[in-house]
Design a protein. Structure first.
Length: 146
């Protein structure tokens, strides 16, 4: 069993965010956002986040846009207030089209934490990534939402 966590950076302080990662024993963060350099991301902007993760907790950082929704999909859901079920179906289809389960291996997720912006995993693609991969990999991922 490969342990993987997920976390969002909105609606939390930097202190709370980094303390949750450290308490969970996270060794690397896999950023599954399509855009990781937005000024609105605050402490979670790519270069700053990579620095803070390493300096505060010795945690590695990797951006993995392969696990992000497409730009049009993201805009249709977020900016146009789209239906979650439509987004979910389109995103699962996109991961199947990309064949992410053949391009990644469960071991790559050991001790990792998938990062995106959503505060909770309920309407977040990071949860869908874990569920999709678990379905393809026979439940090899043990997922914790921080």
């Amino acid at each position: 069993m490969t342990q993987v966590a997920t976390i969002g950076f909105t609606q939390t302080t930097a202190r709370g965010f980094f303390e949750r990662l450290q308490a969970a024993g996270v060794r690397s963060v896999i950023d599954v956002r399509l855009y990781n350099t937005s000024q609105l991301a605050g402490f979670a902007k790519a270069d700053d986040l990579a620095y803070f993760l390493q300096a505060i907790g010795g945690i590695g950082y990797r951006h993995e846009p392969l696990l992000a929704p497409s730009d049009d999909m993201f805009k249709a859901f977020k900016k146009d207030k789209g239906d979650w079920r439509v987004f979910e179906g389109r995103f699962l289809d996109l991961m199947a089209e990309r064949q992410v389960e053949t391009r990644l291996k469960p071991q790559m997720f050991a001790g990792a934490c998938l990062l995106c912006s959503e505060a909770t995993p309920h309407h977040c693609h990071r949860r869908l990534v874990c569920e999709y991969l678990n379905g393809k990999w026979g439940g090899q991922l043990e997922v914790r939402h921080l």
